[in-house]
Design a binder for this molecule. Structure first.
Ligand SMILES: [Zn+2]
Length: 364
């Protein structure tokens, strides 16, 4: 046995030395010091590496674990002393690892708290305020002008029966005027209104003359979208029915309207036109608000901008809602809000109004 004499002390010393060599870079963290300059990333890396070191030196197959196993096999007379030394080394390793780990844990905790600390002296974040859509802004200005002239603002359904959308407006079935006003239909015979003129009929059924209403709202056409067309757009319908109403009232009303909207120097001109629900019918133009009538890019050099269609309410329309055309007469007009909005803001493409792009909408 003497030839196999083993130097147990040397074995313990070798295991300690191997550990110390690797632990050296962590030694400064013992006692909780040495972590002051570490960034969060550095501390986290060191902690991970320390964990790997712990595994290498204390796990089941580590040299230290082998020493522990060896205790039982050491000759009885040397066992106690050897056992104590191995145990001491085991404790020493564990303590060193624990202290370094605690220091790193501590530093990481501190840095995380600092990172997440709320500075109560910082000014608060201002909530983003929304604002009205350009179409809504213009619609409200138009409503205000007509309300000040004694008109009531009327609302009507967007889904209509054939009667309100066509027949009552003197557009019987197979009438050619149905074609340019073609809209979207449901399978059970309803349609999306192709004009706000439908509200004329509702208004006249609801209140008997004399009446003055404007009806702003969404209308629908089977148009292919392009820079000046959308299958959905906004109109304002106006209707006045009373005794003794003539063309002069209509011209005066629209002239006053454009003067209030675009300025007191705005002029109007009226051109004969055709609409099934008015007779006579006319298109109204106003002098360009940009060049004052001299001609510019906005008015395509003509000096005039189209306002919309208008005319004296057709007797058949009055008859459709049981108003006697011998007693009452009236005028009606329809203005497109989108196109007016596009001109006022000089938009190249009215589709921009409905794309919900905040970069565009926040400019208003
Ligand atoms: Zn112009």
């Amino acid at each position: 046995m003497s030839s196999e004499a083993v130097d147990y002390d040397a074995q313990v010393a070798a295991v300690r030395e191997a550990f110390e060599r690797e632990f050296e870079r962590f030694a400064r963290f013992q006692g909780g010091a040495g972590t002051e300059g570490l960034s969060l990333g550095e501390a986290e890396t060191l902690l991970r590496e320390l964990g790997e070191l712990r595994t290498r030196h204390t796990a089941k197959k580590s040299a230290l674990a082998q020493l522990m196993k060896l205790i039982g096999r050491v000759p009885a007379e040397e066992r106690a002393a050897f056992g104590q030394r191995v145990q001491a080394l085991n404790n020493e390793v564990a303590t060193k690892l624990d202290e370094a780990q605690a220091a790193l844990d501590n530093r990481i905790g501190q840095l995380k708290v600092e990172r997440e600390r709320v500075d109560v002296t910082l000014p608060g974040r201002r909530p983003r305020r929304g604002h009205l859509h350009p179409i809504t802004l213009l619609r409200q200005r138009i409503e205000d002008i007509f309300v000040s002239m004694g008109y009531a603002v009327e609302d009507g359904p967007e889904v209509e029966t054939d009667f309100y959308n066509f027949t009552a407006l003197n557009i019987p079935e197979l009438h050619p005027a149905r074609s340019p006003q073609d809209t979207f239909y449901t399978t059970d015979g309803l349609s999306l209104r192709s004009q706000t003129s439908t509200v004329q009929i509702h208004a006249m059924q609801k209140r008997r003359p004399p009446l003055r209403v404007v009806a702003p709202g969404r209308v629908f056409r089977r148009d292919t979208p392009d820079a000046t067309h959308n299958p959905m757009f906004f109109q304002v319908e106006g209707l006045l029915v009373d005794r003794g109403i003539n063309m002069g009232h209509l011209k005066g009303t629209l002239s006053e309207f454009v003067r209030r909207l675009f300025g007191p120097d705005t002029r109007t001109r009226f051109r004969p036109s055709y609409f099934p629900f008015t007779e006579p019918s006319m298109e109204a133009d106003y002098s360009c608000f940009k060049c004052g009538g001299a001609g510019c890019r906005l008015c395509k050099g003509s000096g005039w901008i189209e306002l919309g269609g208008s005319g004296m309410v057709h007797p058949n329309v009055l008859k459709a809602v049981n108003i006697d055309p011998e007693e009452f007469s009236g005028f009606a007009f329809g203005l497109g809000i989108d196109r007016m909005c596009g001109l006022m803001y000089e938009l190249d493409d009215i589709r921009l109004l409905f794309e919900n792009d905040l970069r565009f909408l926040e400019q208003f």
